[in-house]
Ligand binder design. Structure first.
Ligand code: PGA
Length: 243
């Protein structure tokens, strides 16, 4: 696994947006594994610019998001459905809503919904590129420390640190959902190519853990060492001191 410092988050975001753009350019029916979170905002903005300038046909592209909060409807402003609409699907015309998948956080039976989502991934996958952020505690998706490496899409109890980190998207910390449906670590590892992005001082410790090469469920992202095709892009602030 190569960790590459691309200097600024703007440069890294543009680089990764270009990778997604090229993937869709070369394969009309590309399958993309998408992530949400603050880290991804510039990347999607750059992607929309590239799509716009080149008027790429994305009608055959199929997308699969990593996760969704349990208890939020797709219309809730803090749901990941709304995040994706706002940042990508409403920004560039042509994505087919029927091909843009996220777990349904408002499903009556979340366990059943998790199983449905995993079956969908199995039927329609594997994804060509999976984009990932990383939590300060090393989580990927909502796979918190201790998540088994063989986990598939499942319901997750969010850790206090994740609830705290995500409270910035809610009016009140008490409104942050305590659970989510997340692709599991095994689901993520099925992707053909994985690109992880991490920016800022607050991600440096997690990237340092990743850089040690140790593989442990205590730092879920370290499972990526077992995947043959992973790229990690960081900015100056998130780059570990390797000396
Ligand atoms: P962030 O979240 O991009 O908002 O920091 C990343 C993550 O928790 O995976």
């Amino acid at each position: 696994m190569k960790i590459t410092n691309l200097g600024t988050s703007t440069q890294a975001s543009f680089y990764v947006a270009t990778a997604l753009y090229k993937q869709m350019l070369h394969k009309k029916e590309s399958k993309l594994g998408l992530a949400t979170g603050g880290t991804m905002l510039d990347m999607y903005e750059s992607l929309v610019t590239l799509l716009d300038k080149n008027q790429l046909d994305v009608s055959q592209v199929e997308t699969f998001n990593l996760d969704e909060y349990i208890g939020l409807t797709a219309e809730h402003p803090a749901s990941y459905h709304q995040y994706m609409n706002h940042i990508l699907f409403d920004q560039y015309e042509g994505f087919d809503p029927l091909k843009c998948h996220l777990p349904n956080g408002a499903a009556e039976d979340p366990e059943c919904e998790a199983a449905r989502y995993e079956s969908l991934l199995d039927e329609r996958g594997p994804v060509d590129i999976q984009i990932l952020g990383i939590g300060q505690n090393g989580h990927i998706g909502f796979n918190e420390p201790g998540t088994p490496f063989d986990s598939v899409t499942h319901c997750v109890d969010l850790t206090e640190s994740t609830i705290e980190a995500n409270s910035r998207y809610f009016d009140d910390k008490a409104d942050v959902p305590k659970q989510a449906i997340s692709m599991g670590l095994r689901s993520i590892m099925k992707a053909k190519r994985i690109i992880l992005l991490a920016f800022g001082e607050q991600k440096k410790e997690a990237i340092t853990q990743l850089a040690t090469g140790n593989i442990t469920p205590d730092v879920p992202a370290t499972i990526l060492h077992l995947h043959p095709n992973v790229e990690v892009y960081v900015d100056d602030a998130a780059m570990p001191d390797l000396s």
